[in-house]
Ligand binder design. Structure first.
Ligand code: EPZ
Length: 419
């Protein structure tokens, strides 16, 4: 099992390019199932979850080829409707294949999805929405779902909560449905807009993504040869911003969607980090490590402060002068990493969804375990700013969302190796 060894205390200098978004490319790859033509997706990050999605598509009988950052999916035939349990269980995004595979072939066998252990993560909104569109869904033995539909029927769906995955699943199911589907209280994340933009390229009449109401007019068939470039990863960009904040230095981040990272930039500025947009897509991030606490930050759906940045931000607050309050409103159990940060000397008290972070003067290197993707990234952020050497085990979690993180950070002056 691989681990990172990090010698803290080195300032970061130079520039990094931001790779394509994991949480955008996964539903877009799931959407290629709907297209009988050839979809070429550019700017695909090289990540474990993306490899898993490629394997799932291949197992369905689609022709999938990766060349560098580009993945081509040829969707003329689908040979099976069973998603292998070992693959579906590896990541959360496998669930959105329900909408696309069911829409395309009318039947699917799929197990409950995997993904980070950050709370119960139910799929009730996915199931009730697809049922409302006409799917029959049975829970077979051992958690395998068997779903059938003749053809989805467009309808109006009001989500109880703007769930990202449920919004994507409905969008995908609606593409080949009879008539129009309207999603109200839809998620507004940039990844939803990216999925809409891809679907529009394939000829689907869909609009409203980025607002709370999305309308999709179903078609009888989708057959188009399309090329599409995935948006940059706002969480990867945000994570590098927190790395500089904690370790100090000056970094230019290339190819950033500023709007998508602006809530992270807002709170980091409040802590004393200097963040400037230079040109259209480059961000200059400067920190002298003299950080101050913030009164309170709450994670909320987009455009609020993202739950996927909460752990990395807490790692920064761990050394900010004063006490900060962090409230996690999206997931029930996203503080698993805090115990590990405390091994470095952080002073953090967690009670249910609230963390009180009292900034300490120094963190010291420690042996730690990454327990989920963003929690693992938080340990890297803290270790870069700590005195001495840290060892982070179980970095398979970090590899799910960051492409060769150690190479990128080494190139800007961090002392980090993979063993
Ligand atoms: C997506 O997860 C992302 N994953 C997550 O990123 C991200 O944290 C999350 O959206 C919120 O932004 C992918 O895109 C692959 P949700 P998703 O459905 O779709 C509850 C990362 O680190 N809920 O918006 O699973 C749910 O339990 C990952 O990259 C239900 O109750 O998130 C949670 O409390 C982690 N029933 C809340 O809604 C449902 O049917 C938000 O979940 C669905 C969700």
């Amino acid at each position: 099992m691989s681990k990172f060894i990090i010698e803290g205390g080195n300032r970061l200098h130079g520039e990094l390019s931001i790779t394509g978004s994991k949480n955008a490319v996964l539903p877009i790859l799931a959407a290629t199932v709907l297209n009988r033509g050839t979809s070429t997706i550019n700017n695909c990050p090289n990540l474990e979850d993306v490899k898993t999605m490629q394997e799932i598509l291949t197992s369905l009988g689609l022709k999938v080829e990766r060349k560098g950052q580009s993945i081509t999916v040829c969707g003329d035939t689908i040979k099976t409707n069973e998603i292998p349990e070992r693959l579906a269980g590896k990541m959360r995004s496998s669930i959105v294949l329900m909408g696309s595979v069911l829409g395309r072939v009318g039947e699917i066998f799929i197990s409950y999805p995997g993904g980070c252990a950050i709370g119960p993560r139910p799929i009730d909104m996915h199931l009730s929405s697809l049922r409302k569109m006409g799917a029959e869904i049975d829970d077979l033995y051992k958690g395998i779902l068997h779903c059938k539909v003749n053809r989805f029927s467009g309808t109006e769906i009001l989500l109880d909560y703007p769930s990202v995955g449920a919004t994507e699943n409905i969008m995908l199911a609606a593409c080949l449905a009879k008539e129009e589907t309207i999603i109200r209280n839809a998620a507004k994340e940039p990844e939803i807009v990216d999925l809409q933009n891809f679907l529009q390229k394939t000829g689907v009449e869909i609009n409203g993504a980025g607002t709370g109401i999305i309308r999709i007019k179903g078609r009888s068939e989708i057959k188009a040869d399309v090329t599409y470039k995935v948006i940059p990863d706002r969480i990867v960009a945000g994570t590098y911003m927190t790395c500089v904040a904690g370790a100090g230095g000056e970094l230019v981040l290339r190819d950033v969607d500023y709007e998508a990272v602006s809530s992270t930039a807002y709170y980091l500025r409040n802590c004393g980090v200097d963040i400037k947009l230079i040109g259209e897509k480059d961000l200059l991030v400067k920190s002298d490590k003299n950080l101050k606490a913030i009164e309170v930050v709450r994670t909320t759906p987009y455009p609020g402060f993202p739950t996927d940045m909460q752990p990395q931000f807490v790692a920064v607050l761990a050394k900010a002068a004063g006490a900060s309050v962090v409230i996690e409103t999206v997931f029930e159990n996203r503080y698993g990493y805090v115990e590990q940060l405390m091994r470095m000397g952080a002073d953090i008290t967690v009670r249910e969804r609230v963390a009180v972070v009292k900034g300490v003067k120094r963190l010291t290197g420690a042996h730690m375990e990454a327990c989920d993707l963003r929690g693992g990234a938080a340990l890297v952020v803290a270790a870069l700013s700590a005195e001495g050497t840290s060892v982070i085990n179980n970095i398979i979690h970090i590899d799910r969302g960051y492409d060769r993180l150690e190479e990128k950070l080494s190139s800007v002056g961090a002392k980090i190796i993979r063993v």
